[in-house]
Design a protein around this ligand. Sequence first.
Ligand code: SAH
Ligand code: CA
Length: 385
Amino acid sequence: MADWTKKTILRNEALQKYIYETSAYPKEHEQLKELREATLMNAKKTLEIGVFTGYSLLTTALTLPPDGKVIAIDPDKEAYEVGAPFIKKAGMQHKIEFFPSDAFFVLDDLIKNGEEGSFDFVFVDAYKSDYLKFHELTLKLVKVGGIVAYDNTLWYGSVAQSEKEVVEDLIKRYRNFVVEFNSFIAADPRVESVMNVPVDEAQFLSMLLKIMNAKKTMEIGVFTGYSLLATALALPDDGQITAIDLDIEAYETGLPFIQKAGVEHKINFIQSDAFVVLNDLINGEEKSSFDFIFVDAQKEDYMKFHEKVMELVKTGGIIAYDNTLWLGSVAYKQDEYEKHSEMPESVWRNRDYVIQFNSFLASNPQIESSLLSIGDGLTLCRRLY
Ligand code: SAH
Ligand code: CA
């Protein structure tokens, strides 16, 4: 899936690739790698729009676990019946529910029947002129962190050619739809999905925790637990992490890898709104007791989080805020939005919170701070008093 974030000021692709390949990946802990991959894909419930004779459908069905499921939709029943015997022979028919119908009806029904946000993976391979319309529906059906794959998005290479250069009729007919679709996706803030800190940032955090001799830490915003596992691996055997997230399903995706790495005993996962937990800890006996706190939840709440976590981190302890460069957008001037039209409106809007927060930290006498341009920006704050 296209990722417009690669085009921002923060992400020089060549440099990023160099850092990942020469320094980060070779030393990535095996379970971190597995967790990263599982975050991307661990599909059970999938959807395929555009089946034809069922080649990709059979491939999907074979890949899924025994209790996996594919809802397959194509109005062309005859084509499906050509492939059906092979699906049967492979023993895969129990995973497939085929709808010989216009996909828009089926998708609408699925949404009406409460299946929103329940699919792990959606494969779209129908008419390219419908991709934009499909996108609105598939985004409703796929869960947060799930994947929607659109096939043929290079449209025989014609997307890289000018309209005039394309001669073949069929290719010409759909080229503009695909070009339009690609640029829409590239700018769609809903499809960024990979929320985990990147490998090099996790390595940095890990080293920081070790240098600090951190023992008691907290993580606000866990998702599938990549940064959490990196932290747990870095802490000594009697280290403790209070990990808070509203989303327990995401945490459970990563949990098997945390267990396999043998570090689950260091983690106390709390499914809750973080503010509730922070207030409880403040009212309990936990004031000024944390060595390290990693904040990676809603950016508009960072200011409010700061007030709370400053009470919980000990003097000399570190609070780390993630995403403080907000895809590089903080560096753009207020009147420059037009120049960066590839940037989604919502990112642009949230930019204000991050800018405000950064200047707040910079002028706050109670902390020493350092804004690192690693990952999406990481601000370290050391509590002075
Ligand atoms: N730190 C993780 C990624 C976290 S993504 C990593 O790098 O691997 C952000 C997470 O913050 C999401 O899972 C979201 O559910 C959680 N979140 C957002 N607001 C929250 C809140 N108020 N309380 C608890 N969790 C919150
Ligand atoms: Ca983050």
